[in-house]
Design a protein. Structure first.
Lengths: 408, 313, 301
């Protein structure tokens, strides 16, 4: 009898859920908790610029927010996506299906971010990408209404750096490209801006992610005779390429290496002696203004390193996500996305940032230059801002977007 | 083997998704099938292939490609992947059986590495990102494999699960039939004493090749199915770590036993899922199990149990 | 890329640089295989261990001893690392491999595969997968030499030179000395050699230790060139297996020459058709298997 009753109840519950009855009576906070998943590279080639630091930043945001929201607790979980799309997507699937995770942030690898955003779209959960750079995330290839691309992308990086270099006479380019979604997208976007200004690309070579020996690629770049060797890679790969170029005397006579995505931590690891004078694009610098300095020093006290734009962005993304839940009065993803896309995002990270309806968070970008050792006043005094590029100029305008939500 | 054991296992498979996370169960079934295919070769023919990931992963790429880019229905995609694995098995097998023992292992390993590089470089594979967003589609153009049922408040993808379970049963049946056919008897004869099998007039190489092809086809079937479950074909599936893992599953469960690969796959997949939070310590644990297994119980769980019970399992 | 003589030479030179590592590692595999009849899957991990002994000696030994300024010198590491890893190898042989001698040789492969996973897993836990830079390169080897067609780092020249020396010294000992003749005889007929009063088990242990030491030696040489990473060995070992299959396991000189040649072929491929460079060795292996299944220098078994 009992058994029969529970079966019937189950059946009714299932029917009710499928007809939407339960949805209407749902709690304001689903499952009684807001859970944020930090999925990032915790052990690999990008771990110093994101990794545990990103989780630290997210935890800081939760603590600063007060630890609870609408009377329910906020939790943070972290995992390592190991830069493998299969691991990232399996983890995301499990988090969404089984562990009540409401939002995933971090994602330091474009392949992983694309995979996770796809699953999030299917399951109607929010993803706030702070690390991965490919513009596919907000365009036709992978756009979903639940994805937000928060910090930077290959369009902005390629445009700001590419234009600056060509304007200073770097007309012929050879690319050293990390052979996956991110590198290819970065090479493609940079090429567009280089050729627009009358520069030309004489060749490119693709290397696997996390390459130990760049020597043969560098020799190819050298014998191409290009003025600029563009590094369409990141993290440990960029560092290795720059170091080994010096070993072979490449980049000293006439030729120059240009890193298209560089983080403070990379400069720290290369040292000012090696890196001085390099120009690149960033979405954040800890020493930009008082607010950035104040937050960064708090971050430093916990993590023992200054924040990169990925880490600072993860704090800002989390904080604004929580604010949006509060404003919406629910953690229902659709309602939260509406709030997020109508908010003005102003904090230590961004000034009057705005999340466009294609998911692109538009905010100012900065053209940076590495200081000379003589200019540096401290361990982390590495960079100066050469130019502030307004968000509308740096990021892809909607007129060029292939996002399905953009009506043409 | 006892009919009631089979019935119990079947019932377990049917009920499992209501109790266990279905994605976990499906992963388990795919790897169990993969291990069975491998066991057909190692356990019943005595050939240690260290490159079986090539068939498993290769098929998952082909299936993904067929379903995603050519718009085939899932069952045709899986069929395509399986046929590809069989063909690849024929090519690799023809080369590898020219050498024996350790050389055979190394040759399969190296040939699988070529498949790995192809998976990295071919235009449709997505390189390091893998082939993403593989649609599950409509089975036979009718049944929606994405359909989710709410059971007790839990959303369960039952259509997909029962499809995977059916594929598993089919694969299991093929392996089982092969082992117990006259062909399977010849394979065992080769394993026990190759020169004797030759002197009896058997064309040993042809039997070995045939076994290799069947084994790679079933491994392909497993990989093809997995690509629909995870909607992704990735480099991990074709890497030598996966080849090593399937060796471990078989060894741990019991080489040359029917249930061994199932038990081995269950143990390894559960370990991986339970211990996913400890990061790469899982590699250490798996390596440790390998060492203990090789040193202390080369018969594996099922093999040792069978010895205790003095019967074949 | 234009196919100028200069670019070809430069890439072949870099290929030779990789080739000496293939040679040293496949030589070690051949020596171990000759006497123990096992494929030493853990060889890549031992190579990685060698590099880590150098790295940790440089960065962590000092602080551990309470002398933060102490860095284990590169030249000392070049001797210490092979010793440490060689002893480890001896331990492995004594406690584990020995127990498997009476079983199928495939178990040796499986055991060493498990060991490789353990070592690699432990290091992956404590160190960055993408690798750490080794800063202990001696100053005397800093800088580059102008070879006419390219600037070539001095350090890499040193690596090529010393590796060739070690390879040929090993060949000389095994093929041209009395000790070597025992070894070779032990391979052919261990019972007979035992009857002559040679301690065969000890010889086997020491041989395994020497093979392990060779791998570690290569690891130290590699540390300043490539980043020291937990996966550096596993990436290498598969290629070295193919080298061994191509050369045939039986011959010491064969494995050396094959290693060097294949490194250069790989370098050459980078000029002609770069995407094929990572597969060319495996493709050659296929051709060799079709034409001469026992390998270029292999004897019929």
């Amino acid at each position: 009898m009992n058994h029969f009753m529970s079966r019937t109840a189950l059946l009714i519950a299932a029917l009710a859920a499928s007809s939407g009855l339960v949805g209407a009576a749902k709690d304001k906070i689903s499952d009684g908790v807001v859970k944020i998943g930090v999925l990032t590279d915790m052990s690999g080639v990008y771990s110093t610029l994101g990794g545990k630091g990103t989780q630290v930043a997210v935890e800081m945001a939760v603590k600063d927010f007060g630890g609870t929201i609408l009377g329910k607790p906020i939790q943070v979980v972290g995992a390592d996506h190991q830069n493998k799309a299969d691991i990232a997507s399996a983890k995301a699937r499990e988090w969404f299906d089984n562990e009540k995770v409401d939002m995933i942030t971090g994602l330091l690898n474009s392949g992983c971010a694309l995979a996770v955003q796809k699953i999030a779209g299917d399951k109607k959960r929010i993803v706030m990408v702070t690390g991965a750079a490919t513009t596919d995330l907000t365009n036709k290839a992978a756009w979903t209404p639940y994805g937000i691309h928060y910090v930077y992308d290959t369009y902005a990086l390629g445009k700001v750096t590419g234009q600056a270099v060509v304007q200073h006479g770097g007309k012929s380019w050879f690319f050293l490209t990390a052979d996956y979604a991110f590198g290819q997208s970065l090479e493609q976007n940079t090429t567009k801006f280089v050729t627009q200004l009358g520069g030309k690309v004489v060749g490119s070579v693709r290397h696997p992610l996390s390459t130990a020996d760049f020597s043969s690629y560098l020799l190819q770049a050298q014998s191409s005779g290009a003025q600029i060797i563009g590094l369409a890679n990141a993290g440990g790969d960029t560092i290795n390429a720059i170091k080994q170029a010096r070993e072979f005397g490449i980049g000293q006579k006439g030729q120059r290496l240009v890193g298209l995505l560089i983080f403070d931590t990379d400069i720290k690891s290369l040292g000012l002696n090696v890196a001085q004078g390099m120009q690149f694009t960033s979405g954040f610098y800890w020493d930009r203004d008082d607010a950035a300095r104040a937050w960064s020093k708090r971050f430093y006290a916990i993590h023992k390193a200054m924040p990169t734009m990925d880490q600072a962005g993860a704090y800002s993304a989390t904080m604004n996500y929580l604010k949006a839940i509060k404003a919406a009065g629910t953690d229902d993803p659709d309602a939260v996305m509406v709030k997020l896309k109508s908010m003005d995002i102003s904090d230590f990270f961004a000034v009057h940032g705005k999340i466009r309806f294609d998911g692109r968070m538009v905010h100012d970008m900065y053209l940076m230059e590495v200081k000379k050792p003589s200019e540096s006043k401290g361990e982390w005094d590495l960079l100066k801002i050469i130019r502030t590029v307004p968000g509308d100029e740096a990021f892809m305008p909607l007129s060029e977007s292939t996002c399905p939500a953009v009506k043409k | 083997m006892n009919k009631s054991i089979w019935a119990a296992l079947l019932l377990l498979g049917v009920l499992a998704p209501y109790v266990v996370y279905p994605v976990f169960m499906m992963k388990l079934l795919c790897f169990a099938l993969f291990a069975m295919a491998f066991n057909l070769l190692l356990g019943y023919t005595g050939l240690l292939s260290f490159g079986h990931a090539a068939f498993f992963g290769g098929a998952s790429y082909i299936t993904g490609h067929l379903v995603k880019n050519s718009g085939l229905t899932p069952e045709l995609g899986i069929l395509g992947g399986t046929l590809f694995a069989a063909l690849l098995g024929y090519l690799v097998g023809s080369l590898a059986i020219r050498r024996q023992g350790i050389y055979f292992a190394m040759v399969t390993l190296a040939l699988a590495q070529i498949v790995y590089f192809l998976a990295l470089k071919l235009p449709f594979t997505g390189g390091e990102d893998g082939l993403q967003g593989i649609p599950r589609g409509l089975l036979f153009g009718l049944i929606d494999l994405n359909r989710v049922y709410l059971v007790g408040g839990r959303p369960l993808g039952l259509n997909l699960y029962y499809f995977v379970f059916a594929v598993f049963c089919l694969g299991f049946w093929v392996v089982h039939r092969t082992i117990h056919s006259p062909f399977g008897q010849v394979l065992k004869a080769i394993r026990e004493n190759e020169p004797r099998a030759i002197s009896l007039g058997y064309k040993v190489d042809r039997f070995k090749l045939m076994a290799f092809v069947i084994s790679s086809a079933i491994a392909g079937l497993a990989g093809a199915t997995k690509s629909l479950v995870f909607q992704l074909a990735s480099l991990t599936d074709v890497s030598w770590h996966t080849s090593g893992e399937v060796v471990l599953m078989t060894l741990l469960g019991g080489v040359g036993t029917v249930l061994g690969p199932l038990v081995g796959a269950f143990t390894v997949v559960s370990l991986q899922s339970e211990l996913s939070s400890v990061g790469s310590w899982i590699t250490v644990i798996i390596g440790g199990i390998f060492v203990v297994c090789v040193l202390l119980f080369r018969r594996g769980f099922v093999g040792e149990l069978a010895r205790l019970l003095k019967r074949t399992l | 890329m234009e196919l100028s003589f200069q670019t070809v030479l430069s890439q072949v030179m870099l290929g030779l640089n990789n080739g000496v590592f293939y040679a040293i590692l496949s030589l070690g595999l051949a020596v171990i295989f000759g006497l123990l009849n096992i494929v030493n899957f853990v060889h890549g991990a031992l190579y990685m261990l060698g590099a880590y002994v150098a790295l940790l000696g440089y960065t962590m030994l000092g602080p551990l001893l309470g002398k933060p300024d102490f860095h284990l010198n590169y030249w000392v590491a070049l001797i210490v690392a092979p010793l440490v890893v060689g002893l480890l190898g001896i331990g492995v042989e004594r406690t584990m491999l020995r127990r498997l001698r009476k079983f199928d040789h495939l178990y040796g492969l499986l055991l060493t595969f498990g060991l490789a996973l353990i070592i690699q897993g432990v290091f992956t836990n404590y160190f960055n997968v993408s690798g750490d830079a080794y800063d202990g390169k001696p100053e005397s080897l800093e800088g580059a030499v102008n070879l006419g067609f390219m600037l070539f780092p001095k350090y890499r020249l040193w690596v090529i030179g010393i590796s060739l020396l070690v390879c040929f010294a090993t060949w000389f000992v095994i093929e041209r000395t009395k000790l070597g003749s025992y070894l070779r005889a032990g391979t052919e007929n261990p019972e007979l050699v035992k009857a002559f009063g040679v301690n065969v088990p000890l010889m086997i242990t020491l041989t395994y230790g020497y093979g392990a030491a060779l791998a570690a030696f290569a690891g130290v040489l590699a540390a300043p060139i490539y980043s020291v990473s937990p996966v550096m060995g596993s990436e290498m070992i598969i290629t070295v297996f193919a080298v061994v299959v191509i050369g045939g396991m039986g011959s010491i000189m064969g494995s050396i020459i094959t290693g060097l040649l294949l490194g250069m072929v790989e370098g050459f491929t980078k000029v002609v058709y770069a995407p094929a460079s990572s597969t060319v060795i495996f493709l050659i292996m296929v051709v060799v298997l079709l034409v001469k299944p026992t390998g270029l220098f292999g004897k019929e078994s």
